[in-house]
Unconditional design. Structure first.
Length: 508
């Protein structure tokens, strides 16, 4: 079916003139010789984007974000679209992933080579490139259909090991090779990402990095035995630091550029918008990104300190104070990200919003190309939206409510599934060592209902707690599990001090 879609010629009709809809087959910019760094959490993940850099001599460099070109194979009327609209998003549960697309399609489209391929094959992509000054300011951008081929797959941990100067003997074989060939490019990308982050901080971006629990269930099946499930729970890395910070910063910029490009072409897209924090909230982000770059070993040593507790407590308060992120058809500022407009197109394999945005963006590229071929400027070629865009603004508007409902359902499902398995892990530990104690951070003092909110640091799990005494936000206490029931989502705790349980009669 994919091959049939490739070979099928599709056309626009504009004022009786035939215009090939997929001009990309003859207008793709070839980046076959440009190294494309493809980063994932582990070697089995399907990558979402690739990143490249072209260094210049005038304090300006071109950074490229390469995105799988799903619009190359899908149209509004493709028979896969109803299923995509019904599903909305990929679902990632600890015990299993449910991808938006069939896995065969993901492998076919994504920026990764199939294991059986002897030679790398050029993949169609949408490449968003921007000229970045050493101050972090963008001084020009391009949105082009592309062909990318020279993929260099790595995990975030491998790239972090290179960035943090880990000893050669501790590097993986491909990380060591990567450092020898591309260390200068990587360091430059990190420098520019930090400068871009400064720009967003000056625009009042709310950059909050909260540790979360990542829950994974892995099954190993041996011959003649049932598969055994192994539960792994670990704390997430700082998304603004090291390799994750590089990808996050330039993916944010790519989506900002896509929004600006679509706005100039009059393309109806799904834009994400967010209002600023209320004035009552006090949040001060560092203007120096290096202050926020915390190495994992430093984080491990500092996470129980009082200063870290106060910072964590403040960040949690700010997260709760954020206005909801809304989807609109018109470009509006996103205060949380510190950008003038934001339209997500960089995650088309996991989100129907990105799929539809990419199809619409394809129409914008066609419109711009057609206008240039006619020798006309923007204000001189106003054509009906249907001539270029499969969905007009009213069509897009009609999808917002059902897509929002799907996104909310997926978020609740993923959150509840992770919480269930974390409680399962706590229960197993409690049954093995009944008197085990946990360090907890008070993130909300006693409420009117008499409950406080704690964060159990080992599992980064929020729980309600009925304290015997008054607790101060940011305080670190020690608790013991009295009972836990994962199915009913309940956990009862008692506070301990100096090895003794705090009761009504406790006098310190």
């Amino acid at each position: 079916e994919h091959q049939d879609t490739l070979e099928k010629e599709e056309e626009y009709i504009i004022n009786g003139e035939r215009l090939e809809r997929d001009i990309f087959s003859r207008a793709r910019v070839g980046y076959e010789d440009m190294p494309v760094f493809v980063l994932t959490e582990n070697i089995y993940d399907v990558p979402q984007v690739g990143i490249s850099i072209e260094q210049g001599d005038d304090d300006k460099e071109w950074v490229y974000i390469h995105i799988p070109d799903v619009s190359r194979y899908l149209t509004k009327d493709h028979n896969m679209m109803p299923a995509l609209l019904a599903r909305g998003y990929s679902v990632s549960l600890p015990e299993r992933d449910y991808p938006l697309f069939p896995m065969g399609f993901n492998s076919f489209v994504s920026l990764v080579q199939a294991s059986e391929e002897k030679h790398q094959v050029a993949k169609p992509g949408i490449t968003i490139s921007f000229r970045v000054h050493k101050t972090g300011q963008v001084q020009g951008y391009r949105v082009t259909p592309s062909l990318v081929q020279d993929f260099i797959p790595l995990t975030y941990s491998e790239v972090d090991a290179v960035l943090l100067g880990q000893e050669e003997s501790k590097l993986s074989e491909r990380a060591a090779k990567f450092r020898q060939q591309y260390s200068d490019k990587l360091q430059r990308l990190e420098f520019l990402a930090e400068r871009r982050r400064r720009v967003r901080v000056k625009n009042d971006a709310l950059l909050v990095s909260m540790p979360t629990h990542i829950v994974q269930m892995r099954r190993s099946t041996a011959v003649g035995e049932e598969g055994k499930a192994e539960l792994r729970i670990h704390t997430s890395q700082d998304p603004f630091a090291n390799s994750r910070g590089i990808i996050k910063e330039f993916v944010t910029l790519a989506n900002e550029v896509a929004a600006d490009y679509a706005k100039k072409q009059g393309a109806p897209l799904f834009y994400l918008t967010q209002q600023p924090l209320p004035d009552t909230f006090d949040f001060k982000a560092s203007s120096d990104p290096m202050e926020n770059r915390i190495r994992q070993e430093q984080l491990d040593k500092a996470k129980h300190s009082e200063e870290k507790a106060r910072t964590l407590s403040r960040d949690l308060s700010n997260m709760r104070g954020q206005r909801p992120e809304l989807m609109r058809v018109m470009p509006l500022p996103h205060a949380g990200l510190g950008v003038s407009a934001y339209a997500s197109i960089t995650n088309p394999l996991n989100s129907v919003v990105d799929v539809m945005n990419q199809i619409q963006l394809k129409g914008a590229i066609v419109k711009n190309s057609w206008a240039n071929s006619q020798g006309k400027h923007e204000e001189e070629y106003q054509r009906p939206a249907k001539a270029f865009y499969p969905w007009d603004a009213s069509d897009m508007e009609s999808y917002i409510s059902p897509i929002d409902a799907l996104r909310n359902d997926v978020e609740i499902l993923e959150k509840n599934a992770k919480r269930y398995w974390v409680l399962r892990s706590i229960k197993a530990e409690f049954e093995t060592v009944p008197h085990v104690l946990f360090t907890a951070l008070v993130i909300q003092g006693r409420s009117d209902e008499g409950e406080a909110t704690l964060l159990i640091r080992k599992y980064e799990l929020e729980v309600a707690f009925e304290p015997i005494r008054n607790l101060t936000k940011g305080e670190i206490i020690t608790v013991r599990v009295d009972s836990v029931d994962p199915f009913y989502n309940t956990i009862l705790l008692s506070e301990y001090r100096h090895g003794k349980r705090i009761t009504e009669d406790f006098r310190g």
